[in-house]
Design a protein around this ligand. Structure first.
Ligand code: GDP
Length: 456
């Protein structure tokens, strides 16, 4: 890149330190103008820190005492010359230094521009850049771990491996097209079919991993079901006030829905705050059975709560009917009062994990957590060597590629001229190339980097 960019890279507000980052060919020149190191040596070495003062070169006013780190291209985050100014945190100082950088030849960076440069300059590919956003936004250990795996290149490697396999098949096909006089069609067809089927399987597995990837990334969508007064609000409050479940509130996309995330031993649960969770009066009538069914269908987990001290009634049976084929945990509440033997009996026969609790005083909540962990434990979700797709864009490219592979397979099976299949194979390679960014439009690139924060 021609220009040198600058941004405040630490989060807004007062912190122990703040970092202002510069990247581009003029980084060192700008620093030279605005920074007076205590040690006057002019020599710049990569991966070193210098201690000194940032000054305003117009009047030599000292702005802050700082440490400046130096990175010489290509050994930097962006592969360009870079400096990071470590200031005493605080918006006033950070802004002042930013402005001085701007006055002395830097331009303000766009969100994600540092990472975009790392991509454009070939240090990381597009899927790795996306992993950086995911890493920053991670809500659970598992999500952070998947992002790091992707940043380390495990998805890119898999995609490159498949592309190479496709390339090999293409080469074999081209040989027949170029030398039709050799009678090698049969063998090539069989070999191509075998190779393509193998690839299709690999793509299928990747596509399937997205279901688990979504649980990791978006959290386990959890709804609490129960008729009015069963104890839904009490249970929700207990969960949200518990130390063991770390709570974070994240605004939902619509104004009237707030999603509460809790983090349970690395599993992120997204408690969907719906009428089903919060509304205490006459819920079944109010939200309607259809709505409940819809919610149940969308959820990854239903916590079905029953008043265990009472006889089951019509509304309870409605709930039992809704959850019977779903992933659900049965919660028998109010055991501090008494347990109705028939209720317990009927619920136990549903053959779902069942826990007895008192939402009022917290008895048994740990058992509920244990059941959740059993169902969604990390070991069940992934094993470490497996590549998991966590990104919708990647999944859709994999699906497209797989469709092209299927078209290629069908064209060979239907004895169409073999070069038809090579058109489909080429298409599949292009689809996969969009994941790593080998061939991807500027629009998509801009869309991806728009999601970054400033200074990253
Ligand atoms: P919701 O309508 O399902 O949200 O139920 P609430 O959480 O509002 O509870 C309804 C009533 O039952 C309230 O008066 C609660 O105090 C009471 N309650 C909830 N859980 C328990 C429990 O475990 N034991 C007892 N004794 N009362 C409970």
């Amino acid at each position: 890149m021609e220009n040198t960019i600058v941004a405040i890279s630490t989060a807004a507000g007062n912190g122990g330190i703040g970092i202002i980052r510069l990247s581009g060919p003029k980084s060192f020149e700008i620093i030279d103008k605005i920074f007076i190191p205590k040690n006057k040596s002019k020599k710049i070495k990569g991966y070193t820190l210098k201690y000194g003062n940032i000054i305003n070169p117009e009047n030599n006013e000292i702005i802050d005492e700082v440490l400046v780190s130096y990175f010489i291209n290509p050994q930097s985050y962006t592969k360009e010359d870079m400096c990071e100014i470590n200031t005493h945190g605080g918006m006033v100082i950070e802004r002042k230094i930013l402005n001085i950088c701007l006055k002395n030849g830097a331009e303000i960076a766009e969100p994600g521009e540092f990472t975009k440069r790392a991509f454009v300059n070939g240090r990381i590919d597009l899927s790795q850049a996306e992993a950086i956003i995911d890493l920053i936004n991670s809500k659970s250990d598992k999500e952070a771990k998947e992002s790091i795996n992707q940043l380390q290149g495990n998805l890119s490697n898999k995609i490159n491996e498949i592309e190479e396999m496709l390339m090999q098949i293409m080469i074999n096909i081209e040989v027949i097209v170029d030398y039709p006089e050799y009678d090698i069609d049969e063998i090539t067809n069989d070999e191509a079919l075998e190779g393509l089927s193998k690839i299709s399987n690999m793509l299928n597995n990747l596509e399937k991993s997205f279901e688990r990837g979504k649980l990791i990334k978006d959290g386990v969508k959890t709804v609490i079901f129960g008729k009015p007064n069963a104890g839904k609000s009490s249970l929700l409050n207990k969960i949200l006030n518990e130390d063991r479940a770390i709570v974070s509130n994240i605004e939902g996309t619509t104004r009237d829905s707030i999603e509460e995330y809790i983090n349970l031993e690395g599993i992120s649960l997204k408690l969907i705050d719906t009428a089903g969770i919060r509304n205490t009066d006459n819920e079944i009538e109010k939200i309607g059975v259809e709505k409940s069914r819809k919610l149940a269908n969308e959820a990854n987990l239903i916590i079905a709560i029953f008043d265990g001290s009472k006889k089951l009634d019509e509304d309870d049976y409605e709930i039992i009917d809704i959850i019977k084929d779903k992933t659900a945990i049965i919660v028998l509440n109010k055991i501090d009062i008494t347990t109705n033997v028939n209720t317990k009996d009927t619920l136990t026969k549903l053959c779902k994990p069942t826990v007895e609790i008192s939402a009022l005083n917290g008895i048994g909540i740990d058992n509920l957590y244990d059941e959740i962990i059993k169902i969604f434990s990390l070991e069940n979700i992934t094993n470490d060597n497996e590549v998991i797709i966590t990104n919708e864009r990647h999944k859709s490219q994999i699906r497209k590629a797989n469709q092209s592979i299927e078209n290629a397979i069908n064209s060979i099976r239907n004895n169409m001229p073999i070069d038809i299949s090579s058109i489909y194979i080429k298409q599949a390679m292009e689809d996969l190339g969009e994941i790593t960014g080998k061939n991807v439009s500027d629009d998509i690139i801009n869309e991806i980097f728009k999601n970054f924060c400033l200074g990253k």
